[in-house]
Design a protein around this ligand. Sequence first.
Ligand code: BG6
Length: 505
Amino acid sequence: MSDPLTTRKPEPFVMVVFGASGDLTRRKLIPAIFQLWCQNHLPESAAIIGYSRSEKTDESFRAELCDSIRDSLKCQQHIIDDAAWETFASRIFYQRGAYDSPEDFAALGQRIKTLNVERNVPGNCMHYLATPPTAFADIITNLNSAGLARKGQSDPWSRIVIEKPFGTDLQSALELNRIAREAFDEEQIFRIDHYLGKETVQNIMVLRLANSIFEHLWCHDYIDHIQITAAESLGVGSRGGYYDKSGALRDMVQNHLMHLLCLVAMEPPVTLTADAIRDEKVKVLRSLRPISQQCAANGVVRAQYTLGEIDGQETPGYLQADNVPEDSNTETFVAFKAHVDNWRWSGVPFYLRTGKALPRRCTEISIHFEPIPQILFNRPPAGPLRPNVLTIRVQPDEGIALEFQAKAPGPAMNIKPLEMDFGYRESFGQAPPEAYQRLLLDAAVGDATLFTRSDEVQAAWEFVTPVIEGCACEANNVLQYPAGSWGPKEADELIEADGKQWRLK
Ligand code: BG6
């Protein structure tokens, strides 16, 4: 994998953020770039242009960002350094423009040129699409016509970072890929999925391949099953309009959960280059046993949260959220069983689950090893003993734990399950950095390892699209669960039918 954050500095570049007035820009992107700046990871001459339709000046844009950056960094328990912010803010500019106007893109091109001269930037440019996805095609096409895409040129470089969702189904993803590839080479396109920037997600490969004890056991001979849960305690909040057209399958499964699954299930890559790693991830996606449209309605548990309580607070149901139609069938929870049909994983089920308005925020991957033979300790009275479980806590309380059996002190043979636990905060003295920091820096240095390649996005949609289509045919199959519960009972039945239980419950 690429070098650690500390040793890399990109060449001078201008970053254009499309969707400058949006939530993502204010809450995630600018705070992450500011942190990179404060940690001296950005070149002195770097400049940022915010582009959106609203009327603003450079000054009013900076003032707006200053307010939101204070909020955002406070949430992460950082204190803003006023002097550093002033210096950084003088590198932020604003350009008003529409996404479908070639004239406005020509004006943007002029502004970039002027900045390049003023700030001595050699012409490198990173275009970041933080707009609603409906604007992606127009922006890409206009970047191309304005000569800002520069396909086939690497010096100075031009790159495009495309936020998720990358398409809404297989067809739309293929179309977006086609449009992007017409303007840019694949090497210039960075399809972002912020899960890949999480330290704990990057650590999956290190855990497996930098230790001698795990990889030999990492197969159907020793692993009984694997669980992946991405639970959120928040509901959809003010994002009802977007979310209702998306649902958990598009919003979380097609991207974040598929990446987690790939990193756990992939073969060791031949080298640590971006393409070698992504080759192996694509093979996993291609080995997934298809869930046909016909099976989707029965094999996939979809549900919506209703009125309930989270942390002692009454939480209204999904249908009460703003901009959600009262007869919506969109799922806020999904659970299903997947099979990776290759040699390594033959017969090992992967249980995946994600949902909003669950009891707590917690994303984890648990590897459940085979039970030991039912002899010696594993017979009554001590047995049956709980099989070993390796848990990768993606967030929060980032860490890794291995559950094993030990004798409790005393004259009797009492055996108890215990945990060896590694926590990021305790071991490294701080919480892992925000995912966007790592990803923005990677895009700026041109390292695509933690970004999704076109064939990866396509393969993920090939798996998920029939599921979405099958569920849509059976609109009535959306179950309900009270906010603050772990989903509908059918999700428990799904795994219990195989004689197993969800680890988080
Ligand atoms: C986003 C989804 O991609 O990921 C959101 O659109 C979701 O609906 C979010 O809440 C979860 O990210 P994280 O990092 O909080 O797990």
